[in-house]
Design a binder for this molecule. Structure first.
Ligand code: NAI
Ligand code: MG
Length: 331
C-alpha cells in the first residue's frame, strides 16, 4: 500500500490528475490517495499558493503527483510560484525530464534523451529587484547544488548510454555557469566510463533540433533546463506527452512539464498522457518497475491505436482517451 498525495492545482491539472489516478488504480497496486491544495486558486482562497498543510501531506506520503499551477505574468503582492515553493521547501533539487519518441505523427523517431535540470537556484532563486526603470535579477550558483545535480546526472548516464552533455554559458557568465561547468566536469573525471562533454547552451538548442538522436543525458542550470526541456518536448509530440520528476534526498513529486493551459481548461480535452507518464515515473521511483513498464506500454498502444486528443490532431476527450488506456491495462 502506497500513500500518494495528489495536488491537482489549477486549470487542466483538475482534469489530468483524476485521469492519472484512474490509471494508478488500474495497476492493481494498493494506493491510498490524499488530495492537497496549491496554486493560484489556493492563493486566492487561502492567501497562500502552498499551504503548510500541503507540504505536510506531501512529506507524509510516499510520493506526490501534481497537475499544474497557474502563475500570473505580472508581480502580484504576496504571491510566489507554487511549484517553485514546493521544489525549494521540499528540497527537490533534481528535475528529470525525459524526451522519448512515441508512436504518433508529429513525433520525431529515434529520440531517447533525459534532461537533468538543477531545480532550486540559478536565475530562479527569487533574487529580483526593480529600481524605477531598471530591473535586476541575480543568478545564484553554489558548488553544493552543482555537485548534487552533477552526481544525479552521472548516475543516470552510467545506467543509460554513458553520454553526458554539460550545458552552460561559461563563455559569457564564467563565474556563475562557469562554476557549474567546472564542478560537473571535475565529478565526471571520477566516472571514466561516461563520455562527458560541454556544450554552450545556444549551440545545444540548435543541435537538439538538428541531431536530437545524438543526445543521451543532458545536465544544466535551472533556466536553461526549463527552456531546453520544452524544446525537447516539442521534438517528441509536444507538452501533452512530456512527464517529469522532482527528486530530493527525502521527498519526490512527479508532474507533467506543461502548465494549466487556460486556453483549453474546462473543455475536457486535455491530453492526460504527460501526467500518466509522470505517474509511471513515480511507480519506477516506488520500485514498481513492472507496473511502470505496463503503464508506459499501454500509453504507446493507445497512442498508436486509438483516437487521440486534439493537441495530437484527434478528437478524443480526456475521458475517452483514459477509458482506452484502462481497457488496455485491464484487458
Ligand atoms: P501551458 O503548458 O499551460 O500551455 C501551452 C500550450 O500547450 C497551450 O496551447 C496548451 O493548450 C497546450 N497544452 C499544454 N498541456 C496540454 C495538454 N496536457 N493537452 C493538450 N494541450 C496542452 O503553458 P502556458 O500557456 O505558457 O502557461 C499557462 C499557465 O500555466 C501559466 O499560468 C503558467 O505560469 C503556468 N505554468 C505552470 C507550470 C507548472 O505548474 N509546472 C509549467 C508551465 C506553465
Ligand atoms: Mg517550464
Amino acid at each position: 500500500m502506497y500513500t500518494v498525495c495528489l495536488v491537482p492545482g489549477d486549470g487542466i491539472g483538475l482534469e489530468v490528475i483524476p485521469a492519472a489516478k484512474r490509471v494508478l488504480e488500474a495497476t492493481g497496486l494498493g494506493f491510498k490517495f490524499q488530495t492537497a491544495n496549491a496554486g493560484w486558486h489556493s492563493f486566492e482562497t487561502y492567501g497562500t499558493s502552498v499551504p503548510e498543510g500541503t507540504l505536510e501531506l506531501i512529506k507524509e506520503s510516499d510520493a506526490a503527483l501534481a497537475g499544474a499551477f497557474s502563475s500570473p505574468s505580472r508581480k502580484v503582492e504576496g504571491y510566489v510560484s507554487a511549484i517553485g515553493t514546493m521544489r525549494r521547501k521540499l528540497g527537490l533539487f533534481a528535475n528529470l525530464r525525459p524526451a522519448k519518441s512515441r508512436p504518433v505523427a508529429g513525433c520525431q523517431q529515434g529520440i531517447d534523451m533525459l534532461m537533468v535540470r538543477e531545480n532550486t537556484e540559478g536565475l530562479y532563486a527569487g533574487q529580483e529587484r526593480r529600481y524605477g526603470d531598471v530591473a535586476l535579477a541575480e543568478a545564484v550558483i553554489t558548488k553544493a547544488a552543482c555537485t548534487r545535480i552533477g552526481q544525479v546526472a552521472l548516475e543516470h548516464a552510467t545506467k543509460r548510454r554513458q553520454k553526458l552533455a554539460v550545458v552552460h554559458k561559461a563563455n559569457i557568465l564564467p563565474l556563475t555557469t562557469g562554476l557549474f561547468l567546472e564542478t560537473v566536469m571535475a565529478l565526471a573525471e571520477r566516472h571514466p566510463g561516461v563520455d562527458a562533454y560541454d556544450v554552450i547552451v545556444d549551440a545545444a538548442a540548435m543541435r537538439l533540433v538538428r541531431y536530437p538522436e545524438s543526445f543521451d543525458v543532458l545536465v544544466t542550470t535551472n533556466l536553461f533546463g526549463d527552456i531546453l526541456s520544452d524544446l525537447m518536448a516539442g521534438l517528441v509530440g509536444g507538452l501533452g506527452l512530456a512527464p517529469s520528476a522532482n527528486l530530493g534526498a527525502e521527498h519526490a513529486l512527479f508532474e507533467p512539464v506543461h502548465g494549466s493551459a487556460p486556453d483549453i481548461a474546462g473543455k475536457g480535452i486535455a491530453n492526460p498522457t504527460a501526467t500518466v507518464l509522470s505517474a509511471a515515473m513515480m511507480l519506477e521511483y516506488l520500485g514498481e518497475t513492472a507496473a511502470a513498464t505496463r503503464v508506459e506500454t499501454a500509453v504507446n498502444t493507445v497512442l498508436q491505436a486509438s483516437s487521440l486528443t486534439p493537441d495530437l490532431g484527434g478528437n478524443a476527450s480526456t475521458e475517452t482517451f483514459t477509458d482506452a488506456l484502462l481497457k488496455v491495462l485491464e484487458g
